[in-house]
Design a protein around this ligand. Structure first.
Ligand code: SDX
Length: 380
């Protein structure tokens, strides 16, 4: 029974499937999406184009690109019923929790939600990609007692999301967010992608699979870290306090949010792009203060953690500062991460569906066997 097996807690180092979506070189600090350097895509491409690349395996030509963007923008609108539901949700809920709930709700309006054939899936993909930014923006407006702003079909994914939140279009901010969304779109067999695969491996539906993924992203060890890193910088309050704060955290064996990674054993290349982008931006107020604190924390932790233990900055270390600069409250970090990663989750789900295999691992049983049942009245 307790055969001599090796338990790989957290599936650490276990390869669960083959994929051509992305490759992370954890030692060199590089990440490739369908063979392209993700940091190059972040500087030169657009979120829609990289989502197409991930899902269809190649960069689209002009016709494919415009058909793709048009198909997504045709799905930007959300039903009046969805707006009613969003208005009923208690305001104390986090944007990520509202998004989790809403992704399943999108499926409720799709009477063919259980179909997994290629044609049906195309419609579901553009439906999910189109509605996710609209739902998050609508929640932002509703939870701030503002009118919902309808999407514009002349703006791309990132620009439209910001427009639906703010009611104005600022090209520089939209480009910065587009870069961030590309950096977050796909990252191998991370916990949330794996959760999506577990769900689709039972031939459940795509709405349930992306909802499994987004539920998993929420934790502070994963997508919740962008918000946790910002909270950490706020607690520090000023660059002068950083050293004491870090030393106290580490002495209590606590973790520095935005540092460390299961695969990267060097600086996360995505964090580099975000840091350089923030360096060039005209940060003001809290974003400027948080960035100065983050730079000081990085300086300290590069010595205390990265050079010594290969625990280095990850994508979440700087991402939240961009969101504060764009005017989002701290709790929007994980939700904006999900707004991006929805593209990667969909790509993983479709790729796995090409040759699905039920995901059903084993566990090493360490409990008793053959106990005798004692009736209730005879138990002490
Ligand atoms: C994301 O998988 C992905 O690709 C995720 C992601 C993506 O794009 O999908 O990249 C996005 O989730 C980035 C990670 C965001 N999370 C955080 O920033 C939270 C803080 N980071 C850690 O909790 C941690 O680094 C993990 C969870 C990210 C990875 O940890 P591992 O690989 O499970 O390592 P571990 O928990 O076994 O820690 C090994 C040692 C421990 O010390 P010892 O017990 O051996 O003495 O390293 C220490 C840990 O205490 N350690 C840290 C640390 N991270 C690990 N110590 C201080 N600060 C940290 N951040």
């Amino acid at each position: 029974m307790t055969e001599d097996v090796v338990v790989h807690k957290g599936l650490e180092g276990i390869y669960v499937t083959e994929s051509s979506l992305s490759y992370i070189d954890g030692l060199a600090g590089k990440v490739y999406v369908r063979g392209y350097d993700l940091t190059e895509l972040a500087m030169k491409s657009s979120y829609e184009e990289v989502a197409y690349l991930l899902i269809y395996g190649k960069l689209p030509n002009k016709r494919e690109y415009y058909n793709w963007v048009e198909a997504i923008s045709k799905n930007y609108g959300i039903e009046e019923g969805m707006k009613k539901i969003l208005r009923e949700i208690p305001r104390w809920n986090s944007p990520l929790d509202v998004l989790k709930y809403s992704l399943l709700t999108i499926g409720l309006w799709d009477k063919e939600q259980n179909r997994l054939d290629k044609d049906a899936l195309y419609d579901k993909i553009v439906n999910i990609l189109g509605k996710t930014p609209t739902i998050l923006a609508a929640w932002y407006r509703i939870s701030n007692d503002l009118d919902i702003i309808e999407p514009r079909d002349d703006l791309n994914y990132a620009a439209n999301f910001l427009y639906m939140v703010r009611g104005e279009h600022v090209e520089e901010d939209a480009k910065a967010l587009d870069t961030d969304l590309i950096l977050h779109i796909e990252h191998g067999m991370n916990a949330s992608a794996f959760a999506g695969l577990v769900t689709i491996s039972t031939l459940s539906d795509i709405y349930s699979a992306v909802t499994s993924a987004i539920n998993t992203l929420k934790g502070p060890l994963h997508g919740g870290a962008a918000g946790a890193a910002l909270k950490q910088f706020r607690e520090i309050g000023s660059p002068e306090n950083a050293e004491k704060y870090v030393e106290e955290k580490l002495s209590r064996k606590e973790r520095i949010m935005g540092f460390g990674h299961r695969v990267y054993k060097t600086y996360d290349p995505r964090a580099k792009v975000l840091k350089e982008m923030l360096m060039k931006m005209d940060l003001k107020g809290e974003a400027k203060n948080l960035f100065e604190i983050a730079l000081r924390v990085e300086e300290i932790c590069m010595e205390r953690l990265c050079k010594t233990k290969r625990i280095c900055p990850n994508v979440d270390f700087y991402a939240g500062i961009l969101y504060v600069h764009l005017g989002f409250p701290i709790e929007y970090g994980p939700a904006i991460f999900a707004l991006s990663r929805i593209g990667g989750w969909i790509a993983h789900i479709l790729e796995y569906l090409e040759s699905p295999r039920l995901i059903r691992p084993r566990h090493k049983y360490v409990g008793p066997i053959g106990l005798k049942y004692v009736p209730l009245e005879e138990r002490e």
